[in-house]
Design a protein around this ligand. Structure first.
Ligand code: HEM
Length: 433
């Protein structure tokens, strides 16, 4: 079926259900195969992206995706041939999201791009303004950062590289929105670097045209005249608290600053000259691909000239309210992980419009279980609780010889005594002879 037919037939049938179901994947300024699709309809659609008389959409993935979405979400075709729609289709396909997560894991293993993916997710979400009600004018996690006009904002220098890394995954899974993909990539990067599991939800709707991008200047500067006031102005506008400012700043435990991008940091240090990934830049921590609380320890001590401390990092230990949290996170990694995971999830939802409205989770626990975290104390001293697998193994070994760990092998005991008696009897008779 031609794309125009799919579009017009779906649109015509949607006049009663407009707004409940995303009809089309949003446009891509990076898609290698773009086709202009004309929309000719008299239906009264309310979705702003479809009000215009034409839009761009990647093909042929668009056609396949829409056919799949229709099958998944349309309950039945009535006798008249009219498609009856129930509001059950989501902005992103949960199965495709799960598969995309696997692909992101592979990408991370080969390119070590954890930090830049986290920054991409943060910069898409961090434009949110809680004082604006309308979507997408309020900014936030809506995939607008894929458009060139926003990527060219000074604060986003270098993030085009993150988009280039993710675009093949987006092409492979057209049923995943950019807004979800950016947040999925960021949360996966934190987890894969050893950080906490983020309680994520999905279903974010994408903006569809560059005109819906936020204006420049919504993200924080690293060296403003009054860093504490500046951080509060920016993060309070997003509805975030002092605790969340400090916890989220802890993401700088990963990654590097590059003078040619942000203007901050050294061109290279002993920690970055060999990569991994493209060498260079200045990191906040020595192990800048490991998510832990060393950021707080290192910016507090400031002992190593090769480690970066931005003015907005330093203020976390200068401002009395920020300091309470920074000190706590420097000594207690569990507290940092707990607060970071909550704050990251909140950040990832800012400004997002979810379809379904409550969002959905993709963590059913059945696929790719998170490997058990390394906890040093477990391997040092003290009694260790046996794992369930080990208990099962021991039980099986006992049972194979007729006993059980709860009930020691009495039958074998008896057998042993009989053998000893027999040997003694043999020895006695030998000696007697
Ligand atoms: C508190 C205000 C913040 C300021 C002023 C700030 C500033 C910066 C700057 C200047 C860079 C260097 C960029 C470059 O040269 O490529 C950077 C990198 C980074 N930022 Fe932030 N940031 C802030 C908050 C955050 C938050 C909230 C997150 C995530 C939750 C985050 C995650 C990152 C990461 C992971 C990198 C490393 C990127 C890479 O290695 O490519 N930042 N940030």
């Amino acid at each position: 079926m031609a794309a125009e037919q799919i579009v017009s037939s779906t649109m015509a049938s949607l006049s009663g259900a407009a707004g409940t179901c995303r009809l089309l994947p949003s446009s891509s300024s990076y898609s290698p195969r773009r086709t202009k699709v004309s929309v000719s309809t008299s239906s009264s659609l309310t979705h702003s992206s479809l009000r215009s008389s034409s839009f761009y959409s990647p093909l042929p993935s668009l056609v396949i995706h829409n056919q799949k979405h229709q099958r998944r979400s349309l309950n039945h075709v009535a006798n008249s041939g009219t498609i009856v729609i129930t509001p059950t289709c989501f902005a992103s396909d949960p199965d495709q999201l799960k598969s995309a997560k696997g692909d992101i894991r592979e990408l991370l293993k080969t390119t070590f791009c954890h930090p830049i993916l986290i920054r991409l997710g943060w910069h898409d979400a961090g434009t949110y303004d809680k004082n604006i009600e309308e979507w997408p004018q309020r900014g936030g996690a809506n995939g607008s950062l894929r458009f060139e006009i926003e990527l060219k904002h000074a604060a986003n220098a270098g993030l085009v590289n993150a988009l280039k890394l993710l675009q093949p995954i987006k092409d492979k899974y057209p049923g995943v929105t950019y807004a979800d993909l950016f947040q999925l990539a960021s949360a996966t990067a934190v987890e894969e670097a050893g950080g906490p599991t983020i309680p994520m939800k999905y279903g974010r709707v994408d903006v569809s045209v560059p005109e819906q991008c936020p204006e420049e200047g919504k993200l924080p500067d690293a060296g403003p005249p009054s860093p504490a006031d500046h951080l509060r102005n920016v993060f309070y506008r997003m509805g975030l608290s002092d605790k969340e400012i400090v916890a989220l700043s802890g993401a700088h435990t990963l990654g590097r600053s590059r003078p040619e991008r942000s203007g901050w940091g050294k061109p290279e240090t002993k920690y970055t000259k060999d990569g991994p990934g493209a060498p260079g830049g200045q990191s906040w921590t020595a192990q800048w691909l490991k998510f832990d609380n060393s950021y707080f320890k290192d910016i507090k001590e400031r002992r190593d000239e090769d480690l970066l401390v931005l003015p907005t990092d330093a203020v976390l230990f200068d401002d009395p309210s920020f300091k309470v949290y920074a000190e706590k996170y420097a000594t207690d990694q569990d507290e940092f992980f707990k607060d970071y995971a909550e704050a990251h999830a909140k950040l990832s939802n800012l400004g997002a419009k979810f379809d379904p409205p409550e969002g959905f989770s993709i963590d059913d626990g059945s696929t790719n279980p998170t490997p058990e975290k390394f906890v040093a104390s477990k391997y040092s001293s003290g009694k260790r609780e046996l794992s369930d697998a080990m208990k099962q193994k021991i039980r099986a070994e006992y049972e194979a010889v007729g006993g059980s760990p709860d009930k020691p092998l009495q039958s074998n005991y008896f057998l042993n005594i009989m053998i000893v008696i027999a040997v003694l009897a043999l020895l006695t008779s030998l000696i007697g002879n």
